[in-house]
Write a protein that binds this ligand. Sequence first.
Ligand code: NAP
Length: 255
Amino acid sequence: MPPLTDISDLSGKTVLVLGGTAEGRALAAALADPVVPPFRVISSLAGRTREPLRPAGEVRIGGFGGVGGLVDYLRAERVDVLVDATHPFAEQISANASAASAATGLPLLVLRRPGWTEQPGDDWRRVPSLEAAAALLPHLGRRIFLTTGRQGIAAFADATECWFLARSVEPPTPPMPLHLEVLLDRGPFTVEGELRLLRDHGIDVLVSKDSGGADAKLVAARRRDIPVVLIDRPAAPPAAVLAGSVEEAVAWLRS
Ligand code: NAP
């Protein structure tokens, strides 16, 4: 990664972490550590979940009002570094962060966990979108475990020949598939738990975004010889610095 050239010492500087992910929380915890060196950390959450897991340090909740609103916020809070630690599928806020960085000249660090890699024994079908996943399902099975998150469920509303078990943190809203059971739950999940869930519901296909990170559901699908429909990540917007882990991000910020 290129060195941070425009800020020589970040002690006491303000870092805005666009979060809503486990990585965002881990980064905020690492940066808010009072021992070395004291950053001011503000985490920003979209406000999609009613009881979000709160990151360490300051937290603000809700949209900024587009790129202009984000630029205003960065200036008002005298932010020194912007970190985009949002989910790889949160395209809009990442595009806004990139545009706001360009408009203000603030350094932008994008923290993205790597996507998953197929292992021996896996039966994966990679597709470019939720819609492509829905179109493929009737050719693969009838009892589908849908782990695309609440906002991804609507894309499967027309797949009337399939039965769905959809897991999400918040209840989904219409449109929804006709044959749907919703499981409200939040990770982390264990391989044993995922195996039980696949067995108890007679699941024959797993659908997931290529989010990366904890992969208990993928291990469980491999063990049960269940095909996985994996939705490819959207292209990441241009960023000066890309970190693949919280440790890398912290090292860059402290360097
Ligand atoms: P999105 O489509 O990229 O963003 C839509 C709008 O929501 C943005 O333009 C922004 O509103 C607001 N927003 C999003 N993230 C924000 C944040 N961290 N802080 C303040 N405002 C934010 O986002 P999304 O896909 O709905 O995801 C929303 C949040 O959930 C993200 O923070 C993401 O990390 C998390 N998440 C998403 C997924 C997923 O699959 N998409 C999965 C897990 C977690 P304004 O334009 O008004 O600023």
